[in-house]
Write a protein that binds this ligand. Structure first.
Ligand code: HEC
Ligand code: HEC
Ligand code: HEC
Ligand code: HEC
Ligand code: HEC
Ligand code: HEC
Length: 509
């Protein structure tokens, strides 16, 4: 057998990647990776995360790089198709890898290393992207304008160190996926400007409180009563202080450990309460049903706004949970009167400035189109008032007036968001009953059951007033249960009304 001479080696066809499209895709991928890597290193080793940088590094650049790779591959397909169409194009062959060939060795090792590096990079970016989209910065700052009210309020709440997602998403994969899906829609809504102003509450499909709040607070852990002092200031010339000291019967508790009583016990542990609201905001609640653990059921209907049997049959029932009282655990928008009183109490407003509370409320409760306009109006308004009514104070207490202006501007910036049309009126707080109906949505004394029982409005059902009056008196008082005394005589028995009928957040005007 004679050796057949080897045919002369066919010239190697140029790589399929050698085409303008793949070239462009490859360049994009390489450049975005080259830009991203140093940024990522910088971000990993820095303590502060910048949300915008985060978006660039963990979302935009990886997406661009992936797109580059995609284009690169597409280019190769296109090139192959092109060569096929051309009759003189060499037949398509799969590459033959020969590990004895040093060039192939280099190629295989190179390709494998590139794959490993890409894999590692992708998993790191994926991991970081996951954390990044979970971060408070992402939720609060990325949609800067949209989330500004909630983010600002959150930073000044007792939950400022609890991540947004711990309440809004909670643990587990399925809610994570759900939140990311609705998040995609939200990103779309924000980029196209199609988001509601204000963002409405209650939040639809918020995860049940048992799975979020109760991760950290569980009802069996609330005990006894809490002594609380509320300090108010009247809208008179002296901004006279007025205090109410009370025991709030928070209660709850584990029956195995102690005597269970109080608000959380009645509302959360002993009973299941269902209700029907006739508005989206759940401000009007005509019908309530309570079923205790022994199976006794009682239904209350509002005598003021009763539902017909047909309306009731059609209505959606909601099971009462933490959020029906604690609807603002983290985003409290204070009404003008409460915000001003808090500033008095903290010493940030000087109580010796005459009529400061009244004037502050008057200025804060006007409509402004922006923070800047409000700032200017507060500055001008306060100065003009004292100039006109108390010119001698302007000379003596000029600094205090300036400080008061700055404080009012701060109050405005924290609690009023004209761009998002968000303030206390849109998001009332349901714990209590002074500035919003809160507990009195049901406990208004007008919800009756068929057997004649009235859902209690007894002032001592939820708290015991121990002392009330000017602080000097309260400090001297023997603490004992007493009926409520309204600080000013308004000519009616206020307990016959809902407090919020007069206290709309601007009381004193
Ligand atoms: C302690 C739990 C908690 C934390 C932490 C929290 N939220 Fe909320 N958030 C709520 C509750 C409760 C509501 C109101 C739900 C309702 O009434 O149905 C709400 C409502 C909202 C709303 C709807 C508008 C409104 O004001 O009712 C937005 C937007 C929002 N949160 C964004 C955020 C962002 C952004 C963060 C992080 C910066 C955050 N939340 C952190 C509990 C929380
Ligand atoms: C990740 C844990 C965590 C989650 C989830 C959480 N909280 Fe809290 N909560 C806290 C911490 C921490 C405090 C502050 C305790 C303190 O100041 O003593 C707090 C305080 C509170 C307070 C007392 C506020 C005050 O003014 O003193 C209330 C009420 C409350 N949380 C309700 C809720 C509700 C309702 C939810 C669910 C929407 C919730 N929390 C979810 C950790 C959590
Ligand atoms: C019927 C209304 C109501 C319901 C429902 C309710 N709470 Fe409360 N809760 C209150 C009131 C009222 C207070 C005390 C008032 C205050 O914070 O000023 C309070 C206080 C608290 C506090 C602070 C306790 C302390 O000792 O400082 C926490 C935490 C809390 N609630 C968590 C929850 C959680 C979690 C749920 C759901 C399992 C829940 N609450 C359900 C009305 C309610
Ligand atoms: C959705 C309606 C609804 C709201 C809102 C509501 N409650 Fe209740 N509450 C009920 C029902 C129903 C009962 C049980 C009445 C019964 O046992 O027949 C009840 C009972 C109570 C009891 C026991 C009363 C007693 O006489 O023993 C307390 C305390 C209480 N609620 C406190 C509160 C507080 C505080 C708030 C506001 C933070 C509040 N509730 C808001 C429906 C409501
Ligand atoms: C269903 C329960 C409930 C009933 C009934 C009730 N309250 Fe209250 N009340 C509360 C809660 C809860 C708070 C605490 C709000 C908070 O922590 O901000 C409160 C707070 C108050 C405060 C202090 C508010 C402030 O900011 O200074 C006064 C005053 C008060 N109640 C008076 C009354 C009077 C008068 C009645 C009878 C007409 C009454 N309450 C009936 C639950 C109730
Ligand atoms: C008929 C209207 C009316 C009703 C109803 C009413 N108030 Fe008032 N309240 C006033 C007026 C007016 C003032 C005086 C405002 C001022 O001088 O600052 C006032 C002042 C107060 C103050 C002093 C702090 C402040 O905001 O000025 C407290 C606390 C108060 N009321 C509690 C209550 C409670 C609790 C209820 C419900 C049980 C209630 N009020 C019902 C009209 C009312």
């Amino acid at each position: 057998m004679s050796e057949t001479p080897r045919p002369p080696a066919a010239p190697r066809p140029p790589s399929l990647l050698r085409n303008p499209i793949s070239l462009a895709g490859g360049a994009v991928a390489v450049i975005s990776t080259a830009v991203g890597l140093p940024l990522m290193a910088a971000d990993l080793f820095s303590h502060r995360t910048n949300p915008y940088l985060g978006i660039l590094i963990y979302l935009t650049l990886p997406m661009v790089a992936m797109a580059g790779v995609g284009v690169l591959v597409l280019g190769a397909f296109w090139e192959r198709a092109r060569r096929r169409r051309r009759p003189d194009a060499p037949a398509h062959r799969w590459p033959r890898v020969d590990l004895n060939n040093p060039r192939h060795q280099v190629g295989v090792v190179g390709a494998l290393s590139a794959l490993i590096v890409m894999g590692v990079l992708l998993s790191i970016t994926g991991y970081r992207a996951y954390h990044f989209t979970e971060s408070v910065q992402f939720c609060g700052l990325v949609c800067h304008q949209v989330m500004k009210p909630e983010y600002t309020a959150y930073q000044h709440s007792p939950h400022a160190r609890v991540a947004c997602t711990q309440c809004h998403v909670g643990p587990g994969a399925s809610w994570y996926v759900r939140s990311k899906l609705s998040g995609l829609y939200q990103v779309y809504a924000v980029t196209t400007g199609r988001y509601p102003r204000p963002i409405p509450s209650p939040v639809k499909n918020l995860r049940p409180a048992q799975e979020t709040c109760e991760q950290c607070h569980w009802p069996a852990k609330f005990f006894g009563a809490q002594q609380k002092t509320f300090t108010h200031y009247l809208a008179d010339e002296q901004n006279s202080p007025w205090q109410i000291q009370m025991l709030l019967k928070i209660g709850g508790g584990d029956p195995a450990v102690g005597a269970p009583t109080g608000i959380h016990w009645h509302m959360n542990i002993k009973n299941d309460i269902y209700y029907v609201a006739s508005d989206e905001q759940r401000e009007t609640i005509p019908w309530v049903r309570v079923a205790d653990r022994d199976g006794h059921v009682r239904e209350y209907m509002s005598t003021e706004q009763p539902l017909s049997p047909e309306q009731l049959a059609k209505a959606t029932m909601r099971r009462m949970d933490c959020l029906d009282c604690h609807n603002r655990p983290s985003h409290v928008f204070r009404p003008p009167d409460r915000a001003v009183e808090e500033a008095f109490e903290a010493g940030r407003l000087d109580r010796s400035l005459p009529y400061l509370k009244r004037e502050a409320i008057r200025l804060l409760s006007q409509e402004y189109v922006s923070d800047a306009e409000a700032s200017a109006a507060l500055l001008k308004g306060l100065a003009e008032f004292y100039q006109r009514e108390y010119p001698e104070r302007v000379r003596e207490q000029g600094v205090a007036i300036q400080q008061a202006t700055a404080e009012l501007q701060r109050i405005y910036a924290r609690n009023f968001f004209p761009e998002m049309r968000t303030d206390w009126r849109v998001h009332p707080n349901h714990v209590g009953h002074l500035n919003a109906q809160g507990c009195f949505r049901c406990h208004d004394g007008l919800h009756k059951s068929r057997d004649g029982t009235v859902l209690t409005k007894d002032c001592a059902a939820c708290h015991t007033i121990l002392a009330q009056g000017p602080p000097e008196e309260v400090a001297q008082a023997r603490l004992e249960a007493q009926p409520f005394r309204h600080p000013v005589d308004v000519g009616v028995d206020v307990t016959e009304f809902k407090c919020s009928e007069c206290h709309t957040g601007t009381s004193g005007l």
